[in-house]
Design a protein around this ligand. Structure first.
Ligand SMILES: *Cc1c(COP(=O)(O)O)cnc(C)c1O
Length: 485
């Protein structure tokens, strides 16, 4: 199937302007007109567009539709969990009781909202097995920073000066950035042929100068770190902690508890696993869970309960302090709680199962054509390399761009860095078999084209208003005007 869009060459609004057209039709005034002094009259705006109501509506509606989004089609962007988010959760987050409150209201006025935060933190404890959660961090990377600062405060409280954080070479780029920002020196740990942490190399590196290992599980290849308990033991034996990047919790929710893996600190991405649409920099949340011994270091204020009443506890002398204004992206927390409550335990568990089933379905259908470098079983996502494409002189980028012509958002490409020309595919649980099959047939079709007609890939995309851009130039010198031939 090929996508067929009614693709308009959308002009600038100034270009459809004609003298005298307007979008409103006000009644004649029923009071005498007054001539106002010139200094308070609006001056003419040069070239102010003059358009009709239909022209305005269509212009902006068409512009909005140039964006691809989950509500428009399949979005297999690996590592990002671009799942469909039930609209009911938006409705709930839009209830007046949540939107019409002010962060400076007295606690008595916002008991219900504090209860949302309190209960969400409790549910996240239940889901991950951790003892305490803070819902304050504003994103995954912010959760990492919070977690790293907690670990730092912990080591300092013990009078220990540790210098390093170890991070596997398959990690998300935010991991080394967060560790570095928290004042640690970052050391890379290589992966083995299985696609997981090389245990021997890890053992060599772990000593009393190491503060923590940041481990993504399942990792960015979609592979479960099966030695994670051993990894935790190796770290703990030298007084170091295990931080788990839990952005891929969609693969584990309801199935396995993070705590049972020996993890000391974990962050989750509510905007991946728990129903907040993301991309484009919209609000997210990266709650952080810890074991009891790290509780004193959690950011303030803590939402606590006393005699059936919720309150902000600021009295935490060992806390790392505030990490954001007020209490995080509150409406994201509301959506996550609504999602968790509506799915329940079985629903959440099905999420993880179906996410893994969908990813493996695509993997099995494609792995004869596209090269899958790591043969280990994968969960919610898998990664192909460009090995089989090289013979046809096309690149991963060409395949990604061609997918747009077939109506699909391309997968994540060239990440993780340990796979050459990576294509990282994560369908999520919310796709039907029909949509998965359409994607698979597009990928098969593109493979054939790569073999027989590589030009069509190299010049793709063909159906979009603009074709292949020079990406460096596009970022440095964006052309913001419509280029009419
Ligand atoms: C998405 C992601 C992050 C970062 O989360 P943000 O909310 O984008 O800051 C970190 N690690 C992994 C593995 C991720 O997939």
């Amino acid at each position: 199937m090929k996508a067929k869009f009614l693709a308009y060459e959308e002009p600038l609004i100034f270009e459809i302007s004609d003298e005298g057209k307007f979008a409103i039709n006000l009644p004649e005034p029923d009071v005498p007109e007054e001539d106002l002094p010139d200094e308070i009259k609006r001056q003419d705006i040069p070239d102010f567009p003059q358009v009709s109501e239909t022209e305005i509506v269509r212009h902006f509606t068409r512009l909005s539709q140039l964006n691809y989004c989950v509500d428009k089609g399949f979005y297999p962007l690996g590592s990002c969990t671009m799942k469909y988010n039930p609209k009911i959760n938006e409705k709930i987050a839009g209830l007046e009781g949540f939107t019409d409150i002010h962060p400076l209201y007295p606690e008595d006025y916002v008991q219900g909202s504090l209860e949302v935060i309190y209960n969400l933190e409790k549910f996240l404890c239940e889901i991950t097995g951790m003892d305490r959660f803070t819902a304050a961090p504003l994103a995954g990377a912010h959760g990492e920073l919070t977690g790293m600062l907690i670990i730092r405060a912990y080591h300092i409280s013990k009078g220990e000066e540790r210098k390093k954080v170890l991070i596997p070479d398959s990690a998300h780029g935010t991991n080394p950035a967060s560790a570095h920002l928290s004042g640690w020196v970052v050391e890379e740990i290589p992966s083995n042929d299985y696609g997981t942490v090389d245990i021997e190399k890890l053992k060599e590196r772990v000593d009393e100068t190491v503060s923590a290992l940041m481990l993504t599980n399942p990792n960015t290849l979609g592979i479960f770190e099966k030695d994670i308990k051993l990894i935790a033991e190796i770290l703990h034996s030298k007084g170091a902690l295990l931080y788990m990047d839990g952005a891929n919790l969609n693969a584990l929710v309801g199935i396995a508890k993070v705590r049972d893996m020996g993890v000391d600190v974990v962050h989750t991405n509510l905007h991946k696993t728990f129903s907040t649409p993301h991309g484009g920099g919209g609000p997210g949340a990266g709650p952080v869970g810890v074991k009891e011994f790290l509780e004193p270091f959690l950011p303030v204020p803590r939402v606590e309960k006393n005699d059936g009443k919720y309150f902000f506890n600021w009295d935490k002398p060992k806390s790392i302090g505030r990490i954001c204004g007020f209490y995080g992206n509150f409406l994201v927390l509301v959506k996550a709680l609504a999602y968790i409550l509506s799915l329940g335990y079985e629903g959440l568990r099905d999420t993880a199962k179906r996410a893994a089933l969908n990813a493996n379905y695509i993997r099995k259908k494609l792995e004869g054509l596209y090269h899958v470098p790591y043969k280990s079983p994968t969960l919610h996502e898998f990664v192909c390399s460009d090995k089989n494409l090289q013979g046809f002189s096309v690149t991963t980028l060409d395949v990604a761009k061609r997918l747009i012509d077939y109506g699909f958002h391309p997968p994540t490409i060239y990440f993780p860095l340990i796979v050459h020309g990576a294509l990282m595919i994560e369908p999520t649980e919310t796709e039907s078999k029909r949509d998965l099959d359409l994607f698979v047939s597009a990928m098969i079709e593109i493979y054939k084209e790569a073999k027989e007609n590589s030009e069509v890939l190299k010049s793709a995309p063909h159906i979009t208003p603009v074709g292949r851009l020079d990406e460096v130039l596009a970022a440095k010198k964006p052309v913001l005007r419509w280029n009419r031939k």
